[in-house]
Design a protein around this ligand. Structure first.
Ligand code: SF4
Length: 609
């Protein structure tokens, strides 16, 4: 009897999964993908043959050699050791339970752990909004029948990986610039804990897909090169039954040699502008995937910063929602030089049904303060009209471009009609110097007027709208061509807005200019001509040798090295890195004297390393 129990126990520690593989090998493995709906593999090796490329001759069955060759699928059993049972608090009972229930009835593990990765310890003022992307991916995973665990390092601190990860988990990492290097460390660690796959997404991962997939030991197995919910859903549908290298999922990169190069350089976004639809971006998230503790952290952080701006601070419950998608200026590939927002050119406005269902879901959860994170919502007429039909919310934050606010004052009144108490417009003013706005930032404008005047007119428009309208804006020090004079003009503009807006000015945040991969300015890492052009805008030159030493040699790094920052200031501006930091700190000092202000972050984008 004892021997039988030991035998059964050993048997139950073996986990068995069935995965799909081709019934026979044909052509290159790299050219073979899996079509889960038809349960068949497709091979395109023939396309690499020049004869095929040029002739496209039809064969007797009506197909050309360009069409994929279909290979039937068969199931393969994969055995692994279930160390997860030993990590249960009462592992003896867990094993015994597994024995008694029987291995044959054990369900295939479908568990997804999503982590928003952050390297920095951020202060309270940076922790006021929940992470929506993680919630979106978690909701899709849950709809596809996965058990879901989410961890947001920005709000909750470092992820307790040993407690969070179980063998067989699929781990998703949300990576922005400030989390890339830690993301790689997490990927390595969760692999040692038995994670089945590590998949990365979010802006910085998408811009560096090839580099992430080329890391030694391949800690990251796949990278989503878009936010398409369709791709994410297909991944979850196939993840427990198909080998990753065989998946046929658009915009899921698994092979560094074939990873799509995505960038906000104009050539990149213009190509993609029309490739996505509303179903790629919009989803009603399951807000309960974050526990009460998480929401209470967010709400108490928000109240500590913005509470005094609300009628009943203790009742404020805030959350992020995506009520539309894209930036109105970017459709033709016209993008601010520092912009690292993926899909900025994909403008999409959902139907009223979606807006209604989304707002109802949030309201049922008690949310009364919304941050609509559409890149430039202000100018989207159909959006504000549909929201008006859906009915007002208590408070809302939206992004708005100064050009649009200046030129469409009537639209501000429309937005004020969709809130009962407060509308906060978040705007990138960026600079108060015409030349910097035009050449350094590459800020949008009507092309006939002054960008500085549009910034000022936007402020006057908000002032004229009355106490319900508020402004949150940002300034940058260190754009191409920056001088001490242009920095001084920024501070003069800041003082003017303080004097003009009074209590309607909620937050002003400054930052220095950071070069990040994916932004249009990152073209300096692979184009000497573009580096020279930017140097000329600052009245300087850069030799090929200097370009290689300071920039080109880093073109394939995961993140732009800190050493490139002083070089940026040296070659492309007329101030130093230290001067930019000093001006940035003066913004904070000036704002500290404003009664009723919101604290705001010391650095709108990231603190120096
Ligand atoms: S206005 Fe904002 S979202 Fe649009 S391109 Fe500029 S930085 Fe990006």
């Amino acid at each position: 009897m004892k021997k039988l129990f030991v035998g059964l126990t050993a048997l139950c520690l073996i986990k068995v999964d069935a995965i799909a593989i081709p019934a026979y090998e044909f052509g290159s493995v790299q050219d073979t993908t899996y079509d889960s709906q038809r349960d068949v593999f497709l091979n395109t090796t023939m396309r690499w043959d020049n004869w095929c490329t040029f002739s496209r001759v039809k064969m007797p069955n009506g197909k050309t050699c360009w069409d994929p060759v279909e290979i039937p699928a068969k199931k393969k059993l994969v055995f692994s050791f279930r160390v997860d049972l030993f990590r249960e608090e009462n592992w003896q009972y867990a094993i015994a339970g597994t024995v008694l229930i029987g291995q044959a009835k054990a369900p295939v593990r479908r568990r997804f752990v999503g982590i928003n990765v952050e390297s920095f310890e951020w202060p309270e003022e940076s922790k006021v909004w929940p992470h929506l992307g993680l919630l979106y991916v978690g909701t899709v995973a849950e709809q596809e029948d996965y058990e879901v665990k989410l961890w947001d390092e920005l709000i909750q601190g470092k992820a307790p990986l040993e407690q969070l990860i179980q063998p067989g988990d699929i781990v998703g990492l949300s990576l922005v610039t400030t989390g890339m290097e830690r993301g790689v460390e997490i990927a390595k660690r969760v692999k040692t804990l038995g994670a089945r796959y590590v998949v990365a997404g979010n802006d910085s991962a998408m811009f560096r897909a090839r580099q992430l997939l080329s890391l030694p030991g391949q800690p990251v197995d796949a990278v989503f090169t878009s936010n398409s919910l369709g791709s994410i859903r297909q991944f979850f549908q196939q993840a427990t039954s198909v080998e990753l290298s065989r998946m046929q999922i658009p915009r899921l990169a698994v092979d560094p040699r074939r990873a799509q190069y995505v960038t906000n350089e104009s050539s990149g976004v213009a190509i993609e502008a029309k490739q996505y639809g509303t179903s790629d971006f919009f989803l009603v998230p399951n807000l309960t995937l974050y526990g009460h503790e998480y929401w209470n952290l967010v709400w108490s952080a928000y109240r500590s910063q913005f509470g005094h701006k609300h009628v009943r601070p203790q009742d404020v419950r805030n959350a992020i929602a995506l009520l539309a998608q894209g930036c109105g200026r970017a459709g033709a590939g016209d993008i601010c030089d520092y912009c690292t927002i993926r899909h900025v050119a994909n403008v999409s406005i959902p139907e009223q049904d979606y807006l209604e269902e989304t707002l109802d879901t949030y309201r049922a959860f008690g949310i009364n303060t919304f941050f609509n994170v559409t890149d430039s919502a202000f100018e989207m007429g159909p959006l504000v009209h549909r929201l008006k039909e859906v009915g007002p919310v208590d408070s809302m934050v939206i992004y708005g471009r100064a050009q649009a606010i200046a030129q469409r004052p009537e639209r501000l009144n429309e937005w004020l009609n969709v809130v009962q108490h407060r509308l906060l417009i978040n705007c990138g003013m960026d600079s108060a110097d015409e030349r910097i706005l035009r050449e350094g930032i590459h800020k949008s404008s009507s092309k006939v007027g002054s960008r500085v005047e549009e910034n000022r007119q936007a402020v006057r428009t908000i002032k004229a709208a009355g106490e319900k309208a508020h402004l949150h804006y940002s300034l940058i020090f260190g754009s191409v061509g920056e001088t001490k004079d242009s920095c001084e003009r920024n501070l003069e503009f800041l003082q003017w807005t303080i004097d003009t807006l009074g209590s309607q000015l909620d937050v002003v945040e400054g930052d220095i200019f950071w070069v990040n991969f994916g932004a249009p300015c990152s073209v300096i890492f692979h184009s000497y001509e573009e580096a020279s052009r930017r140097a000329a805008l600052a009245g300087k030159t850069i030799s090929r040798e200097q370009w290689h030493t300071h920039f080109a040699q880093y073109a394939d790094e995961l993140v732009v090295p800190q050493s490139c920052e002083p070089s940026w200031y040296h070659f492309f501006t007329n101030i130093t890195y230290e001067t930019a930091l000093e001006y940035n700190s003066r913004v904070k000092t000036m704002m500290e004297k404003v009664p009723g202000r919101v604290t705001g972050r010391n650095f709108a984008f990231k603190p120096p390393a």
